[in-house]
Design a protein around this ligand. Structure first.
Ligand code: SF4
Length: 286
């Protein structure tokens, strides 16, 4: 029986990108190939905020649940979904138990207009092997729309690509399968050559509706996004581009959301809000 290491499983409103405002189940799997410690930091500096929380968790007082962890204003706001120090808070769950939990949380105890977001961490690491068992579960038959929220660095395996294209029983064209790709610019602290993978995004583009969503804090970031978009376009990506303000906490987000909207307008791109910040203060489980 297939299992996934699950950091969070919750029902909320999608706050970002194409499905902003749509009731959605979020399945956040454990593990990431990046650390994104540069978010919210002066250029060239890396955040130690999550490392400090990890030291408390490991050495002083362990947090009992994922939802008890503090939020951070710098670095990756999903730090506990990939830092090894927190792996004990993400249980290995069978795909059957995941689908049972999803049915319990849906308002009508079955899929209706809700959509499924598979996120992380980075959801397209090794977990690709377990998604067919999850999506083939009889309780998932009425699910019509899925988004993978990915950093755009992991190729689909041949097996999973074949499954998505030929076997996912609800696949009815690109509209039902979405890749929301958030490439990491230098503001994240990650290296360009490891983060910008045009061939990977071109592959997603073949299998589902694919868009790019860049987290930016300044005009310099938006200009860097433009350089990346040129490379993605040359590789065959033909979807829309979004700019989204930096800020997992309201004090940071509200500093630059209007400026980012104006940058998006100037480039002819879309603006994505982060509705989970003003609506729910970005608390865990929202
Ligand atoms: S890619 Fe996403 S989940 Fe991974 S470290 Fe960066 S922001 Fe966090």
């Amino acid at each position: 029986m297939s299992k996934l290491k699950v950091a969070e499983l919750f029902y909320s409103i999608q706050g970002e990108g194409r499905y902003m405002g749509v009731p959605s189940v979020f399945l956040r799997v454990f593990g990431c190939n990046f650390t994104c410690s540069g978010f919210g930091m002066p250029k060239g500096e890396l955040s130690m905020e999550a490392a400090g929380i990890a030291a408390t968790h490991s050495l002083i007082t362990p947090f009992q649940t994922y939802n008890a962890l503090p939020l951070v204003s710098t670095g990756c706001d999903s730090y506990a979904s990939w830092m090894p120090e927190f792996k004990d808070l993400s249980p290995m769950l069978t795909t059957d138990s995941i689908t049972d939990t999803i049915m319990d949380m849906l308002p009508h105890k079955r899929w209706e207009d809700e959509h499924l977001v598979i996120t992380g961490g980075e959801p397209l690491l090794g977990w690709q092997r377990a998604y067919p068992a999850l999506l083939d579960n009889p309780k998932m038959q009425a699910l019509k729309e899925i988004t993978f929220e990915t950093n755009g660095t992991q190729m689909l395996t041949n097996e999973f690509a074949h499954y998505l294209h030929n076997e996912w029983t609800h696949y009815e064209g690109y509209n039902s399968l979405t890749f929301s790709v958030s490439p990491k610019l230098s503001v994240s602290g990650e290296k360009w050559e490891e983060a910008i993978k045009p061939d990977v995004v071109a592959q997603y583009n073949e299998y589902g509706y694919t868009y790019l969503k860049f987290v930016v804090a300044s005009q310099e970031d938006a200009d860097e996004a433009e350089q990346a978009v040129d490379l993605y376009r040359k590789a065959g990506f033909d979807g829309p581009v979004y700019l989204m303000p930096l800020g997992g906490v309201e004090s940071v987000y509200s500093l630059n959301n209007r400026a980012v909207a104006e940058m998006a307008m100037k480039k002819g791109w879309r603006y994505s809000d982060r509705l989970q910040v003003p609506l729910f203060k970005n608390e865990w489980g929202t």
